[in-house]
Structures are given as C-alpha cells and as structure tokens.
Design a protein around this ligand. Structure first.
Ligand code: SF4
Length: 234
C-alpha cells in the first residue's frame, strides 16, 4: 500500500473508520474545552479563541459573561470597556468589533437568539464556517459539517485522510470518509489528539494510540482493510 496519490483524499473509508474507532477509545471524554452554558456564550468564546488558547479564553469569559449576559447587552457595550475585558486573548480590538457586530446582528435580525443554521450563522459578522460548525455541533448537536481548525487540518494530512490544504477542501474529504454521526466527536477528538500527542512541532509518535494507522510511521498494509464502500457524495 502506497501513500495516496494527488487528488485522492486518503486510503479510504475503512482506514478512516479505524482511525475514528481508535480516537474514540483513546479519548472517550473528548468535548469542547471552552466553558459555556448556552449557544451565545459558546459563540462569544469561540470568536475569542482565534489565535488564543482555550485556557486563556476561559480565564476571561466569566467576567465577560457576567457583564454582557446576552446579545442585547453585548450589542450596547462600550468598546473600550469590552476591549479591556478581552485584552488577554490578543487581537482585542478586532475581536471587540466582531463581538459587537455579531451581537447586534443577533439582536436585530434573530430576536436575540443565536440562529441554528449554517447559512444564518455565517451571515453574522466575524462568524466563518469553522465557528459555525463549532456552534452547530457543540451547542445544538447538529452535524452540518466538520470543524477544521489547525489541529484537524494537520492531523488529517498526517493521517492520510486528505491531501488538501484549505479548510473547506479538507472538510469535504472528511465528510466523504466519515459518517455524519461521527462528525461532531471526530473533530473534538482530533483536536485533543493534536494538543496532547500529535503536536505541530514534536509529535509523540512513540506513545501515539494511532501509530498503527499512521502513514507517517509506514503503516503496515495488513492493518488496513481494503476500502469497501464507494464514496458518498453530498
Ligand atoms: S504516529 Fe505520530 S504523526 Fe502519526 S498521528 Fe501519531 S503522533 Fe501523529
């Protein structure tokens, strides 16, 4: 078995499902590490998590949610006060603008409720497809797509699940390989694996629970059953 050719997303669905199973065994508790109690809070925390660790976002959000408990209060926020509250998360001026814009749009167009469709979410200022997938999957339990952040992108390529580099291309390949029932948890598990084991600079291959499935280590052909199903088109 050789590495996937250009244009082929991966070794196939059997390989993908074996990875899905190994991730489920290794990280049965995997879930979003941002703290939130409703879709609005998760949306705010996700916007703040750009270029910032979840741990740092979690340090900031308790005071933020107390000061702005809903989109209406955030929409009316004093920019300077908001910027000071979120300063530790970095890029705080841009994030403050995005938060207020998002909150105003929700207050004005969606009666103060976070919408639950991809189209509506991505119509909000500061909300792209990745953020929308986080909200739909984690807050609403809707598997509209797969979250592709830096960890999911890196691991998908390392594990031979895609040869693409743009997030939407990677997401499309993953959607073809994995059943929708696994999309939400797959992303959470890949993100945890990327943080704990398969880091960008120093992947811990010696202790990796996926090493028997990883092309980077020259996976044995016998460990991967032949691809059984044609690709599902969406
Ligand atoms: S074997 Fe190494 S490269 Fe492959 S998934 Fe594990 S840590 Fe990452």
């Amino acid at each position: 078995m050789s590495a996937p050719e250009p244009g082929e997303p991966s070794w196939g669905r059997s390989h993908a499902l074996a990875i899905d199973h190994a991730l489920a065994v290794a990280y049965p508790e995997a879930w979003c590490e941002l703290r939130y109690s409703n879709p609005y809070e998760l949306l705010v925390a996700t916007i703040l998590s750009a270029q910032c660790t979840d741990a740092r976002v979690n340090q900031v959000t308790p005071a933020l949610f107390a000061r702005y408990p809903d989109p209406a209060t955030l929409a009316a926020a004093d920019p300077k006060e908001l910027e000071e509250l979120i300063r530790p998360t970095g890029f705080f001026r841009n994030k403050a603008r995005a938060l207020v814009g998002m909150a105003r749009a929700i207050a004005e167009r969606f009666a103060g409720r976070v919408p639950a469709t991809m189209e509506e979410l991505t119509s909000l200022p500061g909300v792209g497809r990745k953020t929308a997938n986080v909200i739909l999957g984690t807050a609403f339990g809707i598997a509209a797509g797969i979250v592709v952040d830096t960890h999911v992108a890196r691991l998908s390529r390392r594990l031979g699940l895609t040869r693409q580099s743009d997030p939407e291309g990677i997401e499309g390949d993953l959607q073809e390989l994995f059943p929708p029932s696994s999309w939400i948890l797959l992303a959470h598990r890949l993100i945890i694996h990327g943080r704990r084991v398969c880091t960008a600079r120093r992947p811990a291959c010696d202790s990796c629970p996926l090493s028997h499935l990883c092309p980077r280590l020259g996976v044995a052909e016998a460990t991967i059953p032949p691809t059984s199903a044609g690709r599902r088109r969406r």
